[in-house]
Design a binder for this molecule. Structure first.
Ligand SMILES: Cc1ncc(COP(=O)(O)O)c(C=O)c1O
Length: 361
């Protein structure tokens, strides 16, 4: 897509639902992290060397060849970000250019045509505008979850890149990822299942990583835990991340620490929390974290777009269990980080780091 074409697609942004449509009739404060049908998604095709302008469609289905590479060989990657309504009624997104860049990295890792950053942002804005009535009202704690996706769509029976790709963006209003919201969750360290290999694609947001982790998560849930904590696949000595989120801990001498690992997703939330922790006067470090260190932390948490900050109440490792929130509440530093991050994301606090963008109507 050329810059001129992009400009003309922006002019066509008003061709759908009026942005003044009344809000959808949903129980906003009690939304879970589920799929609610919105009005439109957008889909673009990459064919013969370029992306098309994209169309907004009310159809939730896409026609797809039964031999498409995404279906057989997992040539698919996605992103996840959120839009919030502010007190003044604007709709804002958080660090969207970071999601665009990460999606370029994911596409490159599995040999798909990357979506240019400007096109990614434009398409997300078009979809938000077409679905404004699904942006949860300010103060309800809910938000509009945005899910961009790239798939290899052309048929191949040999294992090779599709050569044709579909980029689509769907949205759904959501509440918190973990049912407990900002309440502590219980994790179990998993040693007999790996999510990703050190030199594999664990740092890309590709569908296969999530398929690989499903049996670990399901088993943990059956055992009464909320989620798993993965260790490094090579030595099983260091913490990697949780199923859907990065891991961080607050040490007893008030450092924010988070794992350095080649097989975890570079969480945008985590990067932001490191900056906020430094703003609060804490040292923030990314370093290998030995699994034995869990017994010494003052606080621990999961972080991500969906999880925001979810405090960890306990970690079970082999036959030992360490607990962090004896009174059932988050530790003070995690709570402060959560409040600051949320306040910036919904526009209640000044955006000193230039993280928030208003979606132009
Ligand atoms: C495996 C994994 N790790 C970490 C994260 C957190 O990344 P982000 O903060 O960019 O959402 C996610 C997505 O939410 C994830 O799926």
């Amino acid at each position: 897509m050329t810059t001129q074409e992009l400009a003309s697609s922006q002019e066509n942004m008003s061709d759908t639902t009026p942005t003044t449509a009344p809000k959808a009739d949903l129980d906003w404060p009690n939304l879970g992290f589920g799929l609610h049908k919105a009005d439109f998604s957008i889909r673009h095709t990459w064919k013969d060397g370029s992306w098309d302008l994209g169309v907004l469609s009310p159809d939730e289905n896409i026609p797809i060849n039964i031999a498409a590479t995404c279906l057989h060989y997992g040539q698919a990657c996605f992103e996840g970000l959120k839009a919030f309504e502010t007190k003044s009624g604007d709709v804002v997104v958080f660090r969207i250019e970071q999601n665009a860049k990460r999606m370029i990295n994911s596409c490159e890792k599995i040999l798909m045509e990357p979506v240019p950053e400007e096109m990614f942002i434009d398409s997300v804005f078009r979809v938000i505008n077409a679905n404004r009535r699904f942006v949860p009202p300010y103060g309800t704690g809910a938000c509009l979850y945005i899910r961009p996706l790239v798939i290899g769509s052309a048929p191949q029976v040999g294992v090779k890149p599709a050569g044709e790709y579909v980029f689509l963006v769907l949205v759904t209003p959501v509440g918190p990822y973990f049912k407990t919201g900002f309440k502590p969750v219980d994790l179990i360290v998993v040693e007999d299942i790996d999510r990703a290999a050190p030199l594999g694609v664990g740092d890309a947001k590709v569908g296969g990583n999530y398929a690989a982790g499903m049996r670990a998560t399901l088993r943990a849930k059956e055992q009464g835990f909320t989620e798993v904590l993965y260790l490094d696949a090579r030595e099983k000595k260091f913490i990697d991340e949780s199923g859907p989120a990065n891991f961080f801990a607050i040490t007893k001498d008030n450092q924010y620490i988070t794992p350095a690992s080649s097989s975890i997703l570079a969480s945008i939330t985590n990067k932001s929390l490191m900056i906020l922790a430094r703003d609060m006067g804490l040292e923030a470090k990314r370093r290998p974290i030995g699994v034995d260190e869990i017994f010494d932390f003052a606080e621990a948490g999961c972080c991500g777009t969906a999880a925001v900050i979810t405090p960890i109440g306990s970690i079970t490792y082999r036959d030992r269990k360490v607990t962090y929130c004896p009174d059932g509440k988050s530790g003070p530093i995690s709570a402060k980080l959560y409040d600051r991050l949320r306040a910036i994301q919904v526009g209640d606090e000044p955006d000193v780091h230039d993280w928030v963008r208003v979606v132009p109507e």
